[in-house]
Design a protein around this ligand. Structure first.
Ligand SMILES: Nc1nc2c(ncn2[C@@H]2O[C@H](COP(=O)(O)OP(=O)(O)OP(=O)(O)O)[C@@H](O)[C@H]2O)c(=O)[nH]1
Ligand SMILES: [Mg+2]
Length: 433
């Protein structure tokens, strides 16, 4: 069964491919549910694969060369032949050498969890920004696996042989080309990121709220329900890859800018998190995060933890956050909801589908936005450039007065309360208004 998968490495399209799933539980990575393949099945199907078999194994430690043990490998090989599979998908992350050994042994393409997630992202990326981010993540992921993707790369850059430098092997050439492309993508993304940061900063005067959460939690649906926006909603993983911002008019209060964002998942490939910094600029600068959870999912609690971990990695962990327990219409027995509510003091239960709880959500958003900000007069010496620059960068300064005789500046500001903590200094006086 020889296949030309080497040439497709970085552009795997699983449409209709017959896949066997493998999930290995290890002491530090147990199966999250009684159904070990639950999530990888969702990912593989989202990528377009047809599942023709599943195999699971519990191990104390991995087999270094092939991840699974020799007996399990034989069983897997038999299954590949019996089910005429095209691809084997691991729910774990494999090293380049493990992939190579497994492919040699099995005679079919072997993918790991990160690769499937990257593939889904690649097929969903629509905007220039999302494409740049996904390409960067894919190349960084591929660099150590380069041996098998050179044909793809030379195709992309318009011919391989002619590009080779004197005395370079093909692999060295490939490494150099990929490294150059990574540098180029990073430079372009830095420009995008700087523009985004400026845009987001210019919205600082507005009330900005970001929807974040596990993939398929119902963020886009909630966005539509609140703003009437026509955002793509589908029962699949990672349907939203680009941030969209819409106006949300909260009756008797005012306007909020609401952003929808890319969904998170457990063990999100590290490169993907890092490269999605531009897309998540909205979330980083939002005055309030709405962390949406599918309360009907038995894994709700683990998904909350996974999202919290990614938020931390993105530098969003100190932002005011309201947990939104969504899809409560699907809960026949509400005792599970009570459990979640008991564990998370700041939460609200809603259904984006039926509209239940949305008024209460709006009330809590208003309450949190108001409580999170303060009006204050800040008095400091005219020479305190550091504090003045800090306030001008992070607060909304309405008025600034110099008092020559005391050599001080008085600034009348609207600012997040947490900044007040950071201004605590003998040289600064704060008067709340
Ligand atoms: N029953 C029910 N289904 C919901 C509710 N909210 C969303 N859904 C469904 O859940 C699925 C996922 O919804 P999305 O809004 O696309 O989820 P998302 O969080 O934006 O997902 P990603 O963009 O993939 O991160 C869709 O099939 C929705 O119809 C709800 O309150 N109740
Ligand atoms: Mg979405």
């Amino acid at each position: 069964m020889s296949k030309s998968f080497e040439t497709q490495r970085n552009g795997w399209t699983a449409s209709g491919e017959r896949a066997i799933l493998v999930s290995v539980a290890l002491p530090h990575r147990p199966w999250p549910t009684s159904d070990p393949c639950d999530e990888i099945r969702g990912l593989a199907e989202t990528a377009g694969a047809v599942i023709v078999g599943e195999l699971t194994q519990k191990r104390q430690e991995i087999e270094v060369s092939t991840y699974i043990g020799a007996g399990k490998l034989r069983e897997l090989k038999d299954l590949v032949v019996a089910r005429d599979a095209d691809v084997v998908i691991f729910d774990n992350d494999l090293s380049p050498a493990q992939v190579r050994n497994l492919e040699k042994e099995l005679g079919v393409k072997v993918l790991d969890r990160s690769e499937v997630i990257l593939d889904i992202f690649a097929s969903r990326a629509r905007t220039v920004e999302a494409r740049l981010q996904v390409e960067l993540a894919q190349l960084e992921y591929s660099l150590p696996r380069l041996k098998r993707m050179w044909t793809h790369l030379s195709r992309q850059t318009g011919g391989g042989i002619g590009l080779r430098g004197p005395g370079e092997t093909q692999l060295e050439t490939d490494r150099r080309l990929v490294a150059e492309r990574i540098r180029d993508l990073k430079a372009r993304l830095a420009v995008v990121l700087a523009r985004k940061e400026r845009e987001v900063q210019s919205r600082r005067r507005e009330y900005t709220v970001s929807l974040v959460g596990y993939t398929n939690a119902g963020k886009s649906h909630l966005m539509n329900a609140l703003t009437g926006a026509g955002v793509y909603v589908k029962n699949q993983l990672f349907s939203t890859l680009d941030t969209r911002t819409r106006r949300w008019h909260i009756p008797h209060w005012g306007r909020v800018l609401l952003s929808d964002t890319v969904g998170f998942i457990r063990d999100l490939p590290h490169h993907l998190v890092a490269s999605f910094r531009a897309t998540l600029a909205e979330a980083r600068h939002a005055r309030l995060l709405l962390h949406v959870v599918d309360a009907s999912n038995p894994q709700a609690e683990q998904q909350i933890d996974a999202v919290t971990a990614v938020l931390k990695e993105l530098g969003c962990s100190n932002q005011p956050t309201l947990l939104v327990l969504n899809k409560i219409d699907r809960l026949e027995d509400r005792s599970r909801l009570r459990l979640l509510e008991g564990r998370h003091p700041r939460c609200v239960a809603v259904s984006a589908l039926t509209g239940e709880g949305l008024d209460q959500l709006a009330d809590m958003v208003v309450e949190m936005l108001a409580e999170d900000f303060a009006e204050a007069e800040i008095i400091t010496s005219a020479g305190n450039g550091k504090v003045l620059a800090y306030l001008n960068a992070h607060a909304e300064v309405y008025r600034q007065e110099f008092h020559d005789e005391a050599n001080e500046v008085r600034l009348h500001c609207h600012l997040p309360r947490r900044l007040l903590q950071q201004l605590r200094d003998p040289s600064v006086r704060i008067r709340l208004l």
